[in-house]
Structure formats: C-alpha cells, structure tokens
Design a protein around this ligand. Sequence first.
Ligand code: FES
Length: 307
Amino acid sequence: MAETTGIDDAELSDQQQPTLNGRVRMDPRALVDQIASAQQLDAIAAPLARAVGRATQPTPVKNALSGTWLGHQLHPVLTDVTIGAWLSAAAVDVVGGATGADSARRLTALGILSAVPTAASGLSDWAETYGPDQRVGVVHALGNTAALTLQIVSYGARRRGRRALGAALSMTGLGVVAAAGYLGGHLVYGRGVGVNHAAFEHRPTDWTDVASADALEENAPLRVDADGVPVVVVRTADGLFALSATCVHAGGPLDEGELVDGCLKCPWHSSIFRLVDGHVMRGPAADHQPVWKARIHDGRVQVRADD
Ligand code: FES
C-alpha cells in the first residue's frame, strides 16, 4: 500500500515537497525550473550575451577564456581558487584567533582578485548558451556578483580593523556563492553545459561501411552513420578525412560546418577543428574532436575509430 504524508499537495507551493515522515521540504529543482522559464530574464541576458560575444570574438581571447589551451574548461578550475580563498578566510576567522586577522584579510583579497578571470571565463562560456540555460546562467552570475560585492565590502571592513563585521560579510557572501554554485552545478551536471558531447560515443574499431564513394564530393562534408555514431567524412585535395559529426562543445552538426584551411568550423559557435587529427584550433570547444580513419574500399566509404 502506498504511504501517504497526509499533506494535501494542493496546499504546497511549487518549491515545496512532502516527505514520507510528513514534513515539508523546499525543492530547489522546482526553483531552478522557475528561473529557467522566467522569460523576463531575457531582457538582461540577451544584451549581455551579445556584448560578451563581441568582447570574446578574437580567437586568442576565446581560446584563453574557454580553456582551449588547457584541454579543459577554464571556469571550474578558477572557481576553486576564488571559493577556496574565501572559504579559507572564513576558516581563519573561525579558528585563527586574533593573530589570523591579516591572513584572513589577504585571503579575502586573493578571492576578490581571482574573481575577475573567474567571472570572465564563466561569462565567455555562458554567452554560448540559449534560452533556459542562459536564464539560469544569468541568475548564477548575478548571485556571484552579489557575493563579490559582499567580499569587497568585507575587505574594506577588515582594512578598517572591523574584523567581526568583515567576517560576517564574508560568511554571508559564501552563502550566496553556494546558492549561485547550485545553479552552476545544475547547468553542468543537469544540462550538460561544458561537457564533452562526444564522450559517450561507442565508436566501432573495425572498418565500417558507411556510404558509396560516389556520394563523396570534394570539399563537401558528408554526414554518415557508423554503427549509430554520426560521422562527417571530407574529401579534399590533401586526402580523405573523418571526424565525429557531433561537436564536442555543445553537440552542433559539424557536417553543416564550413571548411577553412584544412579545418572544419562548427556552425553553432564557430569552434574550429583540424581535419587531420581533430585538434581544436579555436574555442569555445576545449576538447579535441574525435578523429576517425577513413578509406575508399571497393567503391565504398569505410571508417573506423582512431582511438
Ligand atoms: S556546438 Fe558549440 S562550437 Fe560546436
């Protein structure tokens, strides 16, 4: 027999969930859903995303902020520095005694300084999102801006010798960072923003027949299916090449992309991958594109994974 909480669901708001012991708890997922569907946020998000997109248009800027040079998204690396510094300052406030005042102040300052590149990398990633993800991302950014402001005011208080006030402001800022971090975690783990979209492909390692050689025109990317995995095959004057067709950045169709100097440019956010080895030449992608071996055999195009 199904257990009942004895609570009429109609009495609960969207953010409240009944539990088996009859208590009511807040459901943060419902709150995230409300943020994701709040179209009013587009009035802030859309112009900001356009401005960030313009500012990060140069390839060196995009590559630096995306982590293309690192082989990993840069933003989560930097958040560890910022949050770690502020958390350490709070720990020193709690257990460091009177002699810890200078250390706590310096750690607060370190967190503030590191927040600049942290925010820049996050904004660069965020500007490539759309709709619900962009709305959740803008609230994540606003929360972190509020947290940064609290930490700056905290630093000022500490400089004036008002450590207790500084510590209270830092703690409040950390609470705001945690709430904003929940939204960031939702974007990555719940929505797949920033994860490698080709990570779960099961690429066949045996030669796999995918198309007639007649279907292959020079410099015209051809989308084929290799045991359920989309592949883009390209024949150029330099040879025959194949990459996974699903862009590692956000899943864009590379077969609809543009050929540029021996590379394939994604139609969604302009990441550029070298045909010969899948090497990422321009972000926002941080990973290389999976590369395949390709050949013409008995009039048929065949591919196999090159892992
Ligand atoms: S999906 Fe974003 S660059 Fe390809």
